[in-house]
Design a binder for this molecule. Structure first.
Ligand code: UD1
Ligand code: UDP
Length: 361
């Protein structure tokens, strides 16, 4: 069976990093990178660190409006898929690359497998929510990462159960595989001490408009009076900060995006992480680092439901109040750390096994 795996952004590269080598072993795999992310620190660094092979195609689509980016991807992907004629296309997650890959394939009547299917924030203002819903609806194989996403598909949205597989999240496999390699020395580089700093990331479209970003950064400035903060900024966010001269206090270390090994080393040793990232919510839970989510909702509700991760919202007062409260009451952080979660490894192997069965049919 010939499989085309299509992706284009940082989290897709990381979350596909365990699957890609396995698919190479079992199938004839064509790797197609849309080029949605292209800067070294958003793209190539992860291929090097995670020892991924070169892509067969890199489409160099780059940045643009949603329509420009997705439209260009559709045109270029169609050429490649017509030429390669794969039996199946695999996409991961909820980005414009995910949507373009699935849509191009389904129009060519190539079955689509969606890794990380069924996640829902129930907030259609998020471009990712639109992408997820559309991709799930044109996929033949829906690989759900957790019970909530499995139920969203089978109970709420009435997908035929035989199309939906509860496999777990490949990000857990990536995280556990790379754990030995997490860089602990990066702490010294930034003069940070274990448990004495907050890791902070922010990049969602809803949080990076000028006013929204200023409000969240103002809250961070206030929090930084009590504790050091390390802020590896996504390039989208960095651009808005620089173009608008948004003030960042001295106790906040603003850096370029970090490689996976450095980032995960810094996550492991932080007191807690504040983020609007999807992927980091699960990684924090797996590494037992409290995660404060800078959003009003999340597609990763399981950890919020059990009290492991907290929904902080995006308003100055609430962010400062909750964070300062945690900083002043260490026992609250310890309580969160004591909540045990199951660490479900093996999504990668399950997906490969399911695809192999389809091949025999
Ligand atoms: C995209 C995904 C988002 C995912 C995120 C992971 C969509 C709609 N959004 O958001 O779901 O969480 O990736 O990080 O697909 N830029 C660079 N260099 C790069 C990439 C981006 O400078 O390599 C800058 C450009 O100014 C660009 C901006 O970041 O305009 C936004 O990039 P884009 O790919 O459109 O969206 P992300 O915010 O990265
Ligand atoms: N990450 C990284 N360096 C950074 C920030 C994040 O390696 O400076 C990793 C992080 O460990 C996770 C992934 O990038 O695996 C999350 O990507 P992002 O937050 O951009 O996207 P999302 O998960 O929200 O789609």
């Amino acid at each position: 069976m010939k499989i085309a795996t299509i992706f284009g952004t940082r989290p897709e590269i990381i979350k596909l990093s365990t699957l890609i080598p396995q698919l190479d072993k079992e199938f004839d795999q064509v790797l197609i990178h849309t080029g949605q992310h292209y800067s070294y620190k958003m793209d190539k660094i992860f291929f090097e660190e995670l020892r991924l092979r070169d892509c067969d195609y890199t489409l160099n689509i780059g940045s643009g409006t949603h329509a420009q980016q997705t439209g260009k991807m559709l045109m270029e992907l169609e050429k490649v898929l017509l030429y390669e004629n794969p039996d199946m296309v695999i996409v991961q997650g909820d980005t414009n690359s995910t949507l373009a890959g699935a849509l191009t394939a389904s129009k060519l009547q190539i079955p689509v497998a969606h890794v990380e299917a069924g996640c829902r924030s129930f907030d259609r203002r998020m471009p990712e929510e639109i992408n997820r819903i559309l991709v799930d609806n044109i996929s033949e194989y829906l690989f759900a990462p957790d019970e909530n996403s499995y139920k969203n598909l089978t109970c709420l949205e009435c997908f035929p159960p035989e199309k939906v597989y509860l496999v777990g999240n490949t990000s857990v496999d990536a995280c556990m595989r790379a754990k030995q390699l997490f860089n602990q020395e990066t702490l010294n580089y930034y003069s940070l001490e274990k448990g004495k700093y907050i890791l902070f990331t922010l990049h969602r479209q809803e949080n990076t408009n000028i006013e929204g970003l200023k409000e969240i950064i103002n809250a961070l400035n206030e929090i930084s009076k009590q504790i050091k903060v390390l802020f590896p900024a996504h390039l989208r966010t960095r651009k808005v900060i620089e173009e608008n001269n948004i003030k960042i206090e001295d106790n906040i270390i603003l850096t370029d995006p970090l490689g996976y090994k450095d980032f995960m080393g810094l996550l492991t040793n932080s007191k807690f992480v504040m983020t609007d990232s999807g992927g980091i919510q699960e990684e924090a839970a797996v590494l037992n680092v409290p995660c404060l989510i800078l959003r009003d909702n999340t597609e990763w509700m399981y950890y919020v439901e059990i009290g492991k991760n907290l929904l902080l919202g995006t308003h100055f007062d609430k962010i400062v109040e909750i964070v300062n409260n945690l900083l002043e009451n260490d026992e609250k952080v310890t309580e969160i750390e004591k909540i045990e979660i199951p660490i479900n490894q093996g999504a990668t192997e399950l997906i490969v096994a399911i695809l192999k069965k389809q091949e025999i049919k």
